[in-house]
Design a protein around this ligand. Structure first.
Ligand code: HEC
Ligand code: HEC
Ligand code: HEC
Ligand code: HEC
Ligand code: HEC
Length: 313
């Protein structure tokens, strides 16, 4: 805790120093993390567990806690993007794994690990090397160790409650390194982030839309996008009169809180559909030789009650 306080203090001093009093009109400058371990430590959620036990346990079960590993389908797909994408694109600058830089992986990390922009290119190469080693490893214990290392990079508490908490930064300010953002201003005593700040859009769907957007992401040199559903929410559900936010369905009504889930979870499946089945048997006499032919008439109506197109992703 002591070390973290000193780090926070240094951040504040350097902010005042470097901007001559214009603190807060630019993103806070942070030193680049040089290893996976350093980046993981900067965004480690475990210190939040003791006081926010429920949110932690819910989050831990969600895919946000495995956003590079995935189900575990995401990590291998990142390698596919490297081998069948980056290495084949003539102008990407990537011929071998040694050429990989942060800017290359940002085409996935923009949403799967936005904090990667705070790391050196060595970390980008370490991520690719670790996934390769994990996929080849036959020893179960060693494979598990590598898997844990991959999973240590994730959309942790401070990705949502700090890094991405504020959308309109010229109006509401840049996220500060000593603050957790949520619904209120105040003290956040005895923690590595001694202040609480108000993030006006945290409870709005646009907050989730930052990563679950319809894209494409034209701010990238090589735009890339997973099918995901904020656009469908905005252009289909809302005009049809839907009025719940992402948070209302996925966090409140589901009762799952920070364990944001979809079709892998029974509660969500129950919330997803109104199904009406009407069945009738009917006998039809065709002719004398074949006799009576039984027919079944089944009418199934499925109504999508979720806030967007499904399935997705
Ligand atoms: C994917 C983004 C995301 C992640 C990751 C996340 N949160 Fe949240 N959190 C939210 C949102 C959104 C709200 C506001 C919910 C609302 O408006 O109903 C929230 C609300 C909260 C609150 C306010 C009380 C409450 O439960 O509504 C606390 C405390 C909190 N989060 C702690 C944490 C902790 C601790 C972690 C890590 C274990 C974490 N959050 C991870 C998005 C996130
Ligand atoms: C020593 C206990 C403690 C630790 C450790 C701690 N918190 Fe908190 N946190 C609190 C208390 C107490 C509040 C105030 C709750 C209130 O007033 O409703 C709070 C409030 C918050 C809020 C604002 C909730 C709101 O109402 O909008 C967020 C977000 C939050 N914490 C996130 C975190 C994160 C992320 C971590 C880990 C980096 C963390 N906290 C670590 C005790 C702690
Ligand atoms: C930093 C970007 C980011 C933010 C912000 C974010 N998500 Fe996610 N979310 C992801 C990624 C990436 C995945 C998929 C991870 C994987 O499997 O590789 C995901 C997975 C999910 C899933 C599980 C999907 C499935 O197939 O099971 C749900 C549900 C979800 N998010 C809901 C939300 C909601 C609701 C919010 C807002 C409160 C939110 N997310 C905010 C990036 C984000
Ligand atoms: C009216 C309630 C409701 C709203 C609003 C809503 N969702 Fe959903 N969502 C659901 C239900 C129910 C499911 C489960 C159905 C399924 O996955 O097939 C689901 C599934 C998902 C999935 C997985 C889709 C799939 O099947 O592959 C993601 C990701 C997701 N929601 C994110 C979001 C985000 C982000 C928002 C806001 C832009 C949002 N949801 C708004 C109810 C809602
Ligand atoms: C604009 C944000 C965004 C970008 C960019 C993005 N993804 Fe995703 N990705 C998501 C979200 C959000 C989900 C969760 C599924 C959903 O929303 O229905 C997801 C889901 C996935 C899944 C399925 C998850 C699982 O665990 O099975 C894979 C695999 C995946 N992404 C790989 C990639 C790769 C590889 C890249 C880069 C080439 C990439 N994504 C770029 C947002 C993004």
């Amino acid at each position: 805790m002591g070390v973290l306080r000193i780090v926070t203090f240094l951040f504040l001093v350097s902010c005042v120093w470097s901007s001559y009093g214009l603190c807060g009109t630019k993103p806070a400058e942070v030193p680049k993390a040089k290893t996976i371990a350093e980046l993981a430590a900067r965004y480690d959620s475990s210190s939040c567990q003791e006081c926010h036990e429920e949110a932690y346990e819910q989050w831990e079960n969600s895919l946000h806690a495995f956003s590079i590993l995935g189900t575990p389908r995401t990590a291998p797909t990142i390698l596919t993007a490297v081998d069948n994408g980056l290495k084949l694109f003539p102008y990407s600058g990537v011929k071998t794994d040694d050429d990989i830089e942060v800017r290359h992986l940002m085409m996935c990390a923009k949403c799967h690990l936005p904090q990667l922009e705070e790391a050196t290119d060595d970390v980008a190469r370490e991520i690719v090397a670790t996934i390769r080693a994990w996929m080849k490893e036959e020893d179960e214990d060693k494979a598990e160790e590598l898997e844990e290392k991959i999973a240590s990079l994730n959309i942790g508490c401070m990705v949502c409650h700090n890094k991405l908490a504020i959308i309109h930064k010229w109006q509401d300010g840049y996220p500060q390194p000593d603050t957790v953002y949520g619904s209120q201003d105040g003290e956040h005593e005895d923690t590595a982030y001694p202040k609480m700040g108000k993030a006006p859009a945290m409870s709005e769907s646009i907050f989730c839309g930052q990563c679950h957007g319809e894209g494409p992401n034209f701010e990238l040199d090589e735009p890339s996008q997973c099918a995901t559903l904020y656009g469908s929410y905005l252009f289909a559900y809302i005009p049809e009169g839907g009025h719940d936010t992402c948070q209302e369905c996925h966090m409140a009504k589901s009762g799952l809180g920070h364990d944001m889930q979809a079709y892998r979870d029974g509660t969500m499946i129950k919330m997803a559909f109104d199904v009406e089945v009407d069945a009738m048997s009917h006998f039809w006499r065709k002719d004398r030789t074949e006799g009576i032919i039984p027919l079944g008439v089944i009418n199934v109506e499925i109504y999508n009650k979720s806030g967007h197109a499904i399935p997705d992703g």
